[in-house]
Design a protein around this ligand. Structure first.
Ligand code: 5GP
Ligand code: ZN
Length: 116
């Protein structure tokens, strides 16, 4: 999917509304519009990359910084000790709906394993 039709790029550009919980020069985090848990936050890079399978040696360190933002938010939201899940869906079998790389931060309830 092109950057032009991307709903997450519109959120980054503030053309679409969202409840932003963190932002720096590279990363934005905001509440998921259809939360699957009491805490459900999207953590995304500000530049358009579709999915985890598009990561390369050149940009792989981005994932580390996305995880760092997620774990800091988990602490702020009070779910560090109770626990949380970080999820990245890639392509259709995983149910990827938005083709702009994003990490789900989920917490505030108990999750089952294996996931559905
Ligand atoms: P995926 O299935 O692609 O891994 O997850 C996409 C997530 O983005 C879903 O949890 C969905 O609820 C969320 N989402 C889709 N559109 C919007 C939107 O316009 N605003 C926000 N805040 N979340 C969205
Ligand atoms: Zn995008």
């Amino acid at each position: 999917m092109e950057k032009e039709g991307c709903i997450f790029c519109k959120i980054i550009e503030k053309k679409n509304p969202s409840k932003i919980v963190f932002e720096n020069g590279e990363i934005v985090a905001f509440d998921d519009i259809r939360p699957q848990a009491p805490v459900h936050i999207m953590v995304i890079p500000k530049y358009h990359i579709e999915k985890v399978s598009d990561l390369t040696d050149e940009n792989i360190s981005l994932i580390g910084r996305l995880v760092l933002v997620a774990k800091n938010i988990a602490k702020e939201k009070g779910i560090q000790e109770s626990g949380y899940r970080i999820v990245i869906n890639c392509n259709k079998d995983a149910g990827q709906e938005v083709y702009h790389l994003h990490l789900h931060l989920l917490g505030g309830r108990k999750f089952v394993w294996p996931p559905g």
